[in-house]
Design a protein around this ligand. Sequence first.
Ligand SMILES: NC(=O)c1ccc[n+]([C@@H]2O[C@H](COP(=O)([O-])OP(=O)(O)OC[C@H]3O[C@@H](n4cnc5c(N)ncnc54)[C@H](OP(=O)(O)O)[C@@H]3O)[C@@H](O)[C@H]2O)c1
Length: 305
Amino acid sequence: MKNFFLTGVSGLLGLNFFLNLKNNYRIYSLIHKKKISGIKNIKLKLQHSNKIKKFLLKKKINYFIHTAAITNIENCEKNKKKANDTNVKLTLKLSKICDQIGIKFIFVSSDHLFDGKKKFYNENDFTCPLNYYAKTKVEAEKKLLKHNPSCLIIRTNFFGFGPNYRKSFSDWIIDSLKNNHKIHVFKDVYFTPVSIDFLIKSLVKIIDKNISGIINISSDKKISKYDFALKLAKKFKLNHKLIIPSFFSEIKKKNNLVNRPKNMSLNNKKLKSTLNLKHIDIDNMINSLYLSRKSKTVLSIKKIK
Ligand SMILES: NC(=O)c1ccc[n+]([C@@H]2O[C@H](COP(=O)([O-])OP(=O)(O)OC[C@H]3O[C@@H](n4cnc5c(N)ncnc54)[C@H](OP(=O)(O)O)[C@@H]3O)[C@@H](O)[C@H]2O)c1
């Protein structure tokens, strides 16, 4: 059985990762602030390098999956030091420990790294971050590639079921429509999201192939956030009339939002050739999301407070 060390276990991705893979792998994770019943709390802090190093060696960890980050874009802009400390400095520190003791370091980056002028971004395109969150991700990527070339960097954007305290973009759409609330969704912001389920399965396969460097995990076709919301409404048989098409510049002005790229679409050619996949289809993933809504894992995620 392979041993994983997972950061960010209370987060949207971390929690799904833990619950999906806990029966197939030995997963050690430490709680930051949010405690979760049923997940063992290792009493360590990520900042304590020596203790972390000893723990990784003692437990014979094979893979270090780093999902912990400050992910709220508005918060990153307001508290740049905290964002930099967590997203860049802590990431680099952990990656250096892993490099020293021969543990594969996997960093979850973002699709936010560009100015949005290109149709699709591949792994070698120049980055051009528009906000501080994106800057921290770009900075972390550059430092990791310099100091730990054997690390794996995943660029992605995902949807799926999260706990009540951490709803995903798809949760927000589904729950709002179920509650008969109108939602404003961008018609002019494009992305290539994947389901969390697909992301986790792909990640495990990529890890098995021992690949290093950057790889995009994304779906085939770019889609606007508005069209994505319509697809979800249709599949979940919810009232699509509650979805109000909106434009980024209007909402940005109204809600004083931090700047964001209007196109975050990632090219998935490398992923498809690496995993020998023909199509990565958003409709299939939305269909699987619908079918999984009453599964044991999803029900247990929804119960977590
Ligand atoms: N959500 C998306 O669609 C998306 C898209 C692209 C990329 N990503 C990237 O994917 C990764 C996972 O995202 P997510 O949405 O699952 O994140 P999330 O739900 O916001 O969770 C973040 C996690 O990081 C932990 N954390 C924050 N600061 C920490 C610190 N100083 N030490 C230890 N743990 C700390 C949090 O713990 P506490 O709650 O206890 O503080 C939480 O468990 C992130 O790197 C994010 O940038 C996400």
